[in-house]
Design a binder for this molecule. Structure first.
Ligand code: ZN
Length: 383
């Protein structure tokens, strides 16, 4: 018998089954907290009516979201091979199959599935989007940047141009790398990763003037809540350079010619000071001052930070640390205090504004919810 979703004998079954699925999850089939339980229940419902395409596709996607890629793929395949399946449903099943494969890391098979979906009439913009992500995951950054550019998404376009530039730097193709960075900023002036990479390159070449000038220009272009990324990134570069220099064999590395901490901090501080005062700018200013052992000024900057936001725990911690040497403490008290300070420093300082994921390193694309430029600094513990 040729199966046709629009001329089934019992057209009401689909809705009945969907209702049953909703009933088992308190009325919201796809918003339940316990997704796994929903999968089990939906599985039962689908068994009763194997022709319910919508439920079937949704079930596959639930499996995928739970990381059960093999089962998701099985569901799509069982649908695709059904004789007489409507072309539109086949295209959608192929599209979802491509996404399953991508999620499972089978990138070649994902590409093939997307091509088949396109041949069956699946929406080309959605496919182009998936192809762009595939190129990015494969590390083919020029292709990814082009594809996102064509989709009218300048932020990811700029991001992958920066990744391309970093590859060029590694291969020693300096001029191509710098061209890609400029292209990234032209495409999306708020591309904080492009500005940061330019700062780091200036730092590596030993030009503190250029580091400061780039920071000044970057602060004018980057979204206010993303500006701390420039300072955190610069700080991490300085830490990496110090580590590379501390290695016993003094072999040449990328970091051999960097500016001294003193010269770069002296160049950066006036740029930070020229901005409208803001908690994180002040805080990072203090951290830079601490790197060159200017504790008096660091204290003053931290105090200013706390005037602006009294519950900014990290500023308080640094200030506490600075005054610790002035206190006479019993060995027991000192030991407890050090324990808490070490623990406090281990707290993950960044979070995703969209999904709340916490991280201790910078990220540009949330590893969990895939939001772009959603990173924020945890200025208080409740975040
Ligand atoms: Zn997120």
């Amino acid at each position: 018998m040729v199966w046709n979703p629009f001329s089934r004998k019992k057209p009401s079954d689909f809705h009945k089954n969907l209702k049953a699925a909703r009933d088992v999850s308190g009325g919201e089939a796809f918003l339940v907290q316990d997704t796994r339980a929903a999968i089990e229940e939906l599985s039962q419902v689908v068994k009763n009516d194997p022709e319910a395409v919508e439920i079937y596709l949704a079930l596959g996607s639930l499996y995928r979201s739970q990381g059960e890629i093999e089962r998701a793929i099985q569901i799509r395949n069982s649908l695709i091979v059904r004789p007489g399946l409507d072309r539109e449903f086949k295209a959608r099943a192929l599209f979802e199959l491509g996404r399953d494969f991508r999620r499972g890391g089978f990138l070649d098979r994902a590409e093939k599935a997307f091509e088949d979906a396109r041949a069956n009439g699946q929406d080309t913009v959605a496919i182009q989007h998936e192809m762009a992500r595939l190129a990015a995951e494969r590390g083919v950054f020029d292709k990814a940047a082009d594809a996102f550019g064509q989709l009218g998404l300048p932020l990811p376009q700029a991001h992958y141009l920066v990744r391309l530039a970093m590859d060029y730097f590694k291969e020693g193709k300096e001029s191509q790398a710098h061209r890609a960075l400029r292209h990234a900023i032209r495409a999306y002036p708020g591309a904080v990763e492009a500005w940061l990479e330019q700062m780091i390159q200036a730092y590596k070449s030993g030009s503190e003037r250029r580091v400061a000038d780039t920071l000044r220009e970057a602060l004018d272009n980057v979204a206010p809540d993303m500006r701390f990324v420039l300072l955190e990134g610069m700080l991490q570069a300085m830490i990496k350079a110090a580590r590379a220099k501390a290695k016993p064999q003094g072999e040449d590395t990328d970091w051999t010619n960097v500016c001294s901490d003193k010269s770069v901090v002296t160049a950066l501080l006036p740029v930070i000071e020229s901005q409208e005062p803001e908690v994180l700018l002040l805080y990072y200013g203090a951290v830079f001052l601490l790197r060159i052992d200017d504790t008096e000024n660091a204290k003053a900057w931290l105090e200013k930070t706390l005037v602006m936001q009294s519950d900014f725990w990290l500023a308080r911690l640094e200030l506490f640390e600075l005054s610790r040497s002035d206190q006479t403490l019993t060995p027991f008290f000192k030991e407890q205090l050090i324990f808490f300070m070490v623990r406090a420093r281990m707290v993950r300082r960044f979070f995703c504004r969209t999904c709340g994921l916490k991280r201790d390193h910078l990220f540009y694309n949330c590893p969990r919810c895939r939001s772009w430029h959603s990173i924020a600094f945890r200025k208080d513990f409740s975040q």
